[in-house]
Design a protein around this ligand. Structure first.
Ligand code: SF4
Ligand code: SF4
Ligand code: SF4
Length: 309
């Protein structure tokens, strides 16, 4: 029998949802484990060392000095590195920290907090990176990117089994709309509604009903569960290929153009609504150059009224 592939897992700053994504493989996990020797996995094993491995799977993003040190140790120990989940690929939801200073965030979390009485930071708070949250490839070379928050088990299985066979994973380039059955139709809707304002027709696209949904600018790494369950997509899997590859293509203008075409809501009103909720709609990838370096991404300007309020 051929030697098993040695798999090492490390989690940086994240929520452990990606590890649960692996558990979601259910019985297919047995197929993967029959070919893999797990040599490091902080959620399962008390292994502190960065042992040598064929494949290193990293979840979470670079948020602390410790994250950066761990990423380098993994790169040194592993032949292939996979950025697993939206956090290591784009920075993930805590990328919204880009809109604030570290001192402001720490103070809000630990000091100016209704549930604490301290005037100083507690000991042991990890040292945050000066430059805020960063994706994994800001520090180390990454060989394979699998975004998703977490990626759907079907994509995880395809990627892992391809790697075990030494093949290139085929994980698709479709957007979330591809898996959504709602029909994009023209409507007379003239006002925006937020998701919680409810009572949406389950067969009609949210955009046609005046509610922002980012399915058309989001890569499908989830099989579109949210619009199927009555919730608009907020792009947790990260941007579509078109947004990633074309510097001038922008989530805000793409969605506003589509929605203004489908409804009677003016383009400028839609643009302003996206800007108002930018920390939600851009959060998952805003710490990546994919958004940060776009000339159209003006987050700090958009949230100015909120900051000075
Ligand atoms: S990508 Fe999503 S599920 Fe995975 S660690 Fe980050 S926040 Fe959690
Ligand atoms: S924009 Fe949203 S609701 Fe409309 S088709 Fe795409 S995923 Fe479905
Ligand atoms: S928010 Fe969008 S990308 Fe995230 S799981 Fe829902 S449908 Fe998929």
């Amino acid at each position: 029998m051929a030697d098993k592939v040695r798999l090492s897992i490390e989690w940086l700053s994240g929520c452990s949802g990606c590890e649960l994504g692996i558990v979601d493989l259910h019985e297919k996990l047995l197929t993967v484990l029959s070919e893999v020797e797990l040599v490091r996995c902080p959620i399962l094993m008390d292994t502190k060392e960065y042992v040598e491995a064929d494949v290193g799977l990293i979840t979470g993003s670079l948020r602390t000095v410790h994250d950066v040190e761990s990423a380098h140790k993994m790169r040194k120990a592993c032949k292939t590195i996979i950025a697993f989940g939206t956090c290591p690929v784009y920075g993930g939801p805590h990328g919204a920290s880009f809109a604030h200073e570290n001192e402001e965030l720490l103070s809000k979390a630990y000091v100016k907090n209704p549930s604490t009485k301290t005037t100083t930071l507690p000991q042991g708070v990890p040292q945050l990176l000066e430059q805020g949250t960063r994706p994994l490839d800001a520090e180390i070379k990454v060989d394979l990117y699998i975004p998703g928050c977490p990626p759907h088990a079907a994509f995880i299985f395809e990627a892992l089994t391809s790697l075990l066979r030494g093949a290139e994973p085929k994980i698709g380039r479709r957007n979330v709309c591809f898996g959504c059955d709602r029909a994009m139709v023209k409507s007379d809707v003239s006002q925006m509604r937020r998701a919680f304002e409810g009572d949406f027709d389950p067969k009609t696209c949210f955009l046609s009903q005046g509610c922002l949904c980012l399915g058309s600018v989001t890569l499908d790494r989830c099989l579109s569960p949210c619009p199927k369950a009555g919730v608009p997509c907020f792009s947790c899997a990260g941007p579509s290929e078109a947004i990633v590859l074309e510097p001038q293509k922008d989530v805000r203008t793409e969605i506003a153009t589509r929605m203004a075409h489908l409804t009677k809501i003016p383009y400028d009103v839609i643009v302003r609504e996206i800007e108002t909720q930018a920390k939600t709609f851009y959060a998952y990838a805003m710490s990546s150059p994919v958004f940060r370096e776009k000339p159209t991404f003006l987050l700090k300007k958009w949230i100015q009224p909120e900051r000075t309020a």
